[in-house]
Ligand binder design. Sequence first.
Ligand code: PXL
Length: 295
Amino acid sequence: MERQKRVAAIHDISGFGRCSLTVALPIISAAGIETCVIPTAVLSTHTGGFTGYTFRDFTDEILPIARHWRSLGIEFDAIYTGYVGSVRQLEILCEVFGMFRTEDNLIVVDPVMADHGQLYKSFTRDFPAKMRKLAEQADIIVPNITEAVLLLEKPYMEGPYTREYIESLLKDLSQIAPRVVLTGVHFDDLELGAAAYDADSAEISYAFSHRIDGFYHGTGDVFGSALVAALVKGFSLADAIRVAVDFTVGSIERTKKAGTDVRYGVNFEEGLGKLAEQLCHNAPEKLNQKSSLAY
Ligand code: PXL
């Protein structure tokens, strides 16, 4: 029997609002992957649209936890980081990557810091340049279009985009990390999805779904977690973005139907059964890239 895969997820815990670790832990675990966590901070809610949230910083715990794991000889098939609260934490995470990097594990950095052309209010102007340094240590980066242009120090443009624009962004981003997954890609107003580029094979792939209006919080983390789960389970980059797009869109659809406050995150929980079925039992080669499974 194949050894069970193991992932380290390093994000904050926002107790309410379904993002970061409260999303990564259940989604990656549902794929049958052992999921270990380092909380970088504990908040009562995420910072997107709530006021008065509590915040307890865990910066000083990150290295001691990582060193303890190292002393136990624990190894990971992937390390996955998302929202990072400060420049100091970025530097610490670079050190953690150095401790756990192996020949064949995956370091996945989602450079969470911006959306819709705007840097999140909690970050200073110098943050994107520092995030780039962490992203340079990754095997795969997962920016949205705003984060991509901030990493590249290019101006933000509203979509719809041309294929040439997206593909030139992918190639520029591959100077930062060899595999790139870009989210928020759209060539018209009807469909939205992700594009992926593998600089080693020069292969570009796309996964689209119908666009659902409205901004739902935490969808980047739902997408990133499903992507990490699929990649660790051996799915190709092209298949993994298909899985992650379908799982995210299914979660948004359920949430929209229920009329839930968009700050509360999306109902990914009711898609976990099908995701588990797909990632635990389907051999990667059997996934039909064009099929959009209903989550
Ligand atoms: O989903 C990204 C995220 C994670 N954690 C915290 C956040 C955000 C986005 O705003 O505020 C605390």
